[in-house]
Design a protein around this ligand. Sequence first.
Ligand SMILES: [Zn+2]
Length: 464
Amino acid sequence: MRFDARLGLAIAAGKLSAASIRWLGRGGGTALPGVLSNGLDPDVLDKLAARVPGGCIVVAGTNGKTTTSRILAETLERAGFGVIHNRSGSNLVRGITAAFTEQVSLGGQPAGEIAVIETDEAAFPEVVRRTKPRLIMLLNLFRDQLDRYGELDTIARNWRETLDGLDPSQTLLINADDPTLAAISEDSPAQRLTFGFRECQYTLDHLPHAADAAVCRRCGASLIYDELYLSHLGAYHCDQCGYQRPDLTFGARDITLDGLDSGSLVLETDQESLAIQGRLPGLYNLYNVTAAAAAGLVLGMPGEVVQAAIGDFQAAFGRIERVQVNGRTLVLVLIKNPTGFNEVLRTLAMSEMTDPVLILINDLDADGRDVSWLWDVDAEHLAAVEAPLYTGGIRSGDMAVRLKYGGIPPERIIPLGDVAEALDPFIETIPEGGTAFVLPTYTAMLRLRELLHRRGSVQMFWEQ
Ligand SMILES: [Zn+2]
């Protein structure tokens, strides 16, 4: 390999700053090394990605990209591949650059044979342009907090432009149950493969609050759902022009949810069917499992390896996590946006649990400043649940109001203060040996983990 002084310097700067951050104990800070190395060599990411012998896989979507990319990385590792991966969930260009400089030698030799890159929606076009992935996985496009990215349509337009610029040597694996993804990938020169639910007993009767009305991208008429599974994901067709959900290369059937603990499905292709059992709750996770399993098979991984990797998978930071505190179990589930929130509430309602629930809503930059998204959450799901509902965080009051308008009797809603003020009173309501659920937004989760860490209850996520 030819010596590249500029690249060498960029790698060294990335490694050195990452090491200093760790030494200073500023865990979780993954942006600075990427910013520094990119400043020294603006092509650092392009160059390092091109050196990965097995190529790059890019995973994008509003929800589930961390879980999906981690399952896929574990599948590949189990099959004996060294995997370069932005594990910390730092999924902007600078975070991805930092992950690469960390996982190559000083001379620029990659520490793995293949790279699995999770990317933010807005960073997707640049990440694809610079890493020239062999496989691109598109999971879903949901409306995020209103003030984070602007219009969903802008993202869809930018993604379409990126997909139109791919070449036939590249493969696209898309969730065909998402009509937007099906439409924007239609004209891509890349080889397009699809996954989705072929048959599922859990359906919704109407589009939830948080879902955008689904419109046929060919003729503009409203799409008709033959089956609606989650948000705007389902089997659909257009009465006016005959457009319909594309055929599924990978179709999931026999989908079964087992409370909050696990789920199973059978993944079918033309050639084989693979029974998969995972310890991940909720329908949304079964979409992630379907996507990761399909990608594993696309990459030629044996079915047994895919099954084993999913069977042993532990949920990623904050997705769902059990923490012991004072002899009680807290189940922590990160709330990122209305769709994710809805699915968590739906899963809780389906499991008919009666354990107390604490919803922690902050409105700092990383949470989304505008809390009007709470009105896109179907709090009505909780009306059927008999659990007491506590609210906390900076916007505790707004959440309490949303629950009240969701038809929950006021005596079941107990507003508490910010995260630090809410934690102890909430824990005291849980019987010894009992379980409770905590649903925090992003910064509320960070604060909660910090408080629990001080009590020795939980490892900080960068130590894992
Ligand atoms: Zn149409």
